[in-house]
Ligand binder design. Sequence first.
Ligand SMILES: [Zn+2]
Length: 202
Amino acid sequence: MSEALANTRPFVHLHIHTEYSLLDGACRIDQLMDRVKECGQTAIACTDHGVMYGCVQFYKAAKKAGIKPIIGCEVYVATRTRFDKVNKIDGNNHLILLCKNETGYKNLIKMVSAGFVEGFYSKPRIDKELLEQYHEGLICLSACLAGEIPRAILAGDYEGAKAAALWYRDLFGKGNQLLVGRKRIFRIQAHLADGIRSIKIR
Ligand SMILES: [Zn+2]
């Protein structure tokens, strides 16, 4: 490990797209574990987009490398319900879900499967009804610029962002929800980070 990396504060990536996020992720899982070790990190999450195809390979590779695997998924949440599929009306918002325990893992499998079997519309979509039913054992993150809360912030809808943040906090429980805003790499992300910080729901 280089001295510069060794001196950085402990850090764990909780939003990672592997090669199983088709057209979205570039990380080869084995090479990813090498890099995690090189950076002195002790854990890493797998949050492929809408799918869990890579979880077993990810888990085995992490264990072999002595890294703690955190199984998760960046799910697509239907803007109405998973059964609504009307062109130009029914889209999706992104949401990161991480498993805290085996119950969470089983619940995530149920939701991701339902996303394909019942909610597929351009993407495998879950919905808030499924989240209400299967949230136990899971932690949620506000996700990327395409998350429900970030989208409301970027649209200037502070009240909408706060309402969404409260809905997720009340469902998952305090301590099981993380609002994430990146540092100032791009102006739009700086704007989002400021918006995320401004939401007072504790
Ligand atoms: Zn995303």
